[in-house]
Design a protein around this ligand. Structure first.
Ligand code: URA
Ligand code: SF4
Length: 205
């Protein structure tokens, strides 16, 4: 696995990155996916959110967070009082990894080498957008942004800076992945899980 670096235009702005991304062969995930899913939101956004990887719906549409996790994310962003026009949204890994089960394609977590291979895209986005705060949605995003593993329970909701944040991004806040909240819809645990998610996003704001 060579990694994405040779496909990433040096000092490219978001448009240049977006145009180059479909050509990436930095790991094997491009081969089975429908298309690259790059990012959404304005390049001048002050908040940058990082998810894990595109899901089935995202793979089909080419847009991040348009499936069930995206719905929860949108609801939480609104509840936190964040202006969606000020959020740039991307993923740690930009091609959908899945296993086929009959006609269904089931999400498969990206492995550490996929996160490492795709990281040059994320670093280039961080440099191009230069947000005031980076929100990591879940452990994969946290690993990609900070550069090593963190335990969500230890750091969630805190604004990390300096060494704690890794060097790629200024201020970083780690929270849960919205797919962990999606599963609880309609259950007694929903209120607390959604409420904590919103509280973390408010801390980032
Ligand atoms: N989950 C993610 O992490 N990213 C998406 O784009 C969609 C679902
Ligand atoms: Fe390139 Fe990332 Fe896609 Fe792998 S997942 S081919 S590194 S864009």
């Amino acid at each position: 696995r060579p990694g994405a670096q040779e496909w990433v235009p040096p000092e490219g702005d978001v448009d240049a990155l977006r145009q180059a991304a479909p050509g990436c062969r930095g790991c094997e995930l491009w081969a089975d996916a429908t298309q690259v899913v790059f990012s959404s939101g304005p390049p001048g956004a002050r908040m940058l959110m990082v998810g894990e990887q595109p899901g089935d719906r995202e793979d089909r549409t080419g847009e991040p967070f348009v499936g069930p996790a995206g719905r929860v994310l949108d609801e939480a962003v609104e509840a936190a009082g964040i202006d969606p026009a000020n959020v740039y949204t991307t993923n740690a890994v930009k091609h959908f990894r899945f296993v086929e089960r009959g006609k269904r394609r089931l999400h498969k977590k990206p492995a550490v080498p996929h996160i490492a291979a795709c990281r040059p895209w994320l670093l280039a986005e961080l440099a191009a957008v230069h947000p005031d705060v980076v929100v990591c949605l879940g452990a994969t995003a946290a690993r990609a942004v900070i550069g090593h593993d963190v335990r969500i329970g230890d750091v969630r909701g805190q604004v990390l800076e300096g060494d704690d944040a890794g060097d790629a991004a200024g201020r970083v806040l780690v929270t849960t992945h919205p797919s962990a909240v999606v599963r609880l819809r309609g259950k007694p645990e929903w209120d607390e899980a959604f409420g904590s998610f919103v509280e973390d996003l408010r801390a980032a704001l």
